[in-house]
Design a protein. Structure first.
Length: 506
């Protein structure tokens, strides 16, 4: 009953005129930027991060919820019509969505993506509504040693599961940790890695870091990448689903939702794993139905199940990612890391005390998720033809607009040319990492979570009077660190085992 009462208070705040307009602006801006080729949710949120500074915290995060949902939905539009995934999690959508578009069924693919996102978003928001308060209560029992171990587990799992090389992932992570160490040491008062620049005494500005690493770097990467001459698939007929499409889609929606929520909440985080798992499950089920003579296997030619399942898993993972972010203050994906930066702008630290200290913010945010879902469905289905026209704009025009918008946002927030130059320098680093195959997610997580990990490490040592064995003598901490070791070594062993099993060339 307390949850329902708090949720009612959240709806009372979310349904105010200001927050309704912010939610509408969020889903519209998020979809607008998310539709642009190559810009996923993390880039969308980072690009629009400076906008939120003019609002109060509640209004800012209502806007962010809409931006995040809109960015994820917009990514499906480019994946289906342009065969360009905005992020790794959208790759399964391109495998079936673009073939559907080429055969004249783009409307059905876009409709099942939109409706599946609505179904998954609503169900997963229900889950976070009733589970997040309980997780917050349990998180209050977590001691510094366990907190440090959880952060290490989050670092290791994201590093080992994203990208093809653990070494590159660890290199990106340690570079992010080095960024997090810049500034005045809170314990000793000494400046670290600031090179005598007063602008760095407070650390590397997180907004400049996020915007440069995602938005500006993405523009540079797109500009430096040879044009592949992608053509926007034509949108013939209406945007809707037939009765057969509904029959084939509703089960993949539910299965994708069931995969997205728990995987999003895990330390590995993100939507990559559940979307690929959903695609593989739907493909195997289609093969079984064909073997039994109950249907055709259209996978590879435009199977609607291959769009419905992964899109539902992608959207459901968002609520899963929110649970550890709100209750532990730990982002489990690059987009969640950018959201944590937004919390830090307002000097709010998400974690076990957030539900008690900021109840209006938390419950209004959760209520806005329901409202944003409905707005996305009502707004975007009629506007799909507008997004198709937007995709036909020349790429140089889009790139120049995004670059100007991103850098002006950084300057407007700080009034500092130093931060603009810093964003450009970080963008060059991001371009190098993209061109050489280094993942971005470990870097941003290391930069954002590094200071928190350091403070928890010091607190644990202070409580144990300087004995580092505290991390191994406490059962929970030792178990979590053991899982981190398995997560680090396991993928390496699996890759070596796969190489050994490969037949030698004749």
């Amino acid at each position: 009953m307390d949850v329902l009462g708090n949720l009612g208070d959240g709806f009372a705040g979310a349904l105010s005129l200001q927050n309704l307009l912010l939610a509408l602006a969020g889903v519209t801006l998020g979809t607008l930027v998310g539709v642009l080729p190559g810009l996923g949710p993390a880039t969308t949120v980072a690009l629009l991060l400076p906008l939120t500074f003019i609002f109060d915290p509640v209004g800012a995060f209502v806007l962010f919820a809409g931006i995040y949902y809109g960015g994820m939905y917009g990514g499906s539009t480019t994946a289906i019509l342009l065969n360009v995934p905005g992020e790794t999690a959208s790759v399964p959508t391109t495998l079936e969505g673009h073939p559907m578009a080429r055969t004249g069924r783009a409307g059905a693919a876009l409709a099942t993506a939109a409706i599946g996102s609505f179904v998954a978003g609503t169900i997963s928001t229900l889950v976070i509504t009733f589970l997040a308060p309980g997780m917050s209560a349990l998180a209050k029992l977590v001691q510094p040693a366990e907190y440090f171990a959880i952060i290490v587990l989050a670092f290791v799992t994201v590093t080992s599961l994203i990208g093809d090389s653990v070494i590159r992932g660890l290199s990106s992570l340690f570079l992010g940790l080095a960024f997090g160490l810049v500034g005045i040491d809170a314990l000793t008062g000494q400046a670290r890695y600031s090179f005598g620049l007063p602008q760095l005494y407070d650390g590397i500005p997180v907004v400049a870091l996020a915007v440069g690493l995602f938005a500006v770097a993405e523009v540079l990467f797109t500009t430096c990448t040879p044009d592949r001459s992608e053509q926007v698939a034509s949108l013939r007929g209406g945007v809707g689903m037939t009765r057969d499409d509904w029959r084939r889609s509703w089960r993949p929606w539910l299965r994708g939702t069931a995969l997205g929520v728990p995987f999003g909440a895990m330390p590995a985080g993100g939507a990559e794993i559940p979307t690929f798992l959903s695609y593989n499950i739907e493909r195997r089920l289609a093969k079984r139905r064909k073997e039994r003579g109950k249907g055709e296997d259209e996978f590879g030619k435009g199977a609607i199940e291959g769009v419905a399942g992964p899109e539902a898993a992608n959207n459901a993972a968002f609520s899963g990612v929110l649970m550890p972010l709100l209750t532990l203050g730990i982002p489990t994906s690059a987009t969640a890391g950018v959201l944590l930066i937004a919390f830090q702008i307002y000097n709010i630290q998400p974690g076990p005390q957030l539900f008690a200290q900021q109840p209006a913010l938390v419950w209004t945010l959760i209520a806005s998720l329901y409202i944003g879902n409905v707005m996305l469905l009502v707004l975007n289905l009629p506007m799909i033809r507008f997004w198709v026209k937007l995709l036909r704009l020349p790429a140089p025009v889009l790139s120049a607009g995004i670059l100007c918008f991103a850098l002006l946002g950084v300057y407007a927030l700080s009034q500092s040319t130093f931060e603009v130059m810093l964003a450009i320098a970080v963008a060059v680093l991001g371009l190098f990492m993209r061109r050489t195959g280094y993942p971005i997610a470990p870097l941003i997580l290391g930069a954002v979570l590094g200071p928190l990990m350091e403070s928890q490490f010091r607190r644990a040592l202070a409580f144990s009077e300087g004995d580092p064995a505290v991390f191994l003598t406490r059962p929970a901490s030792a178990a979590i660190l053991s899982l981190a070791l398995v997560a680090l070594v396991g993928p390496v062993l699996m890759r070596r085992r796969t190489r050994v099993r490969l037949p030698e060339p004749v």
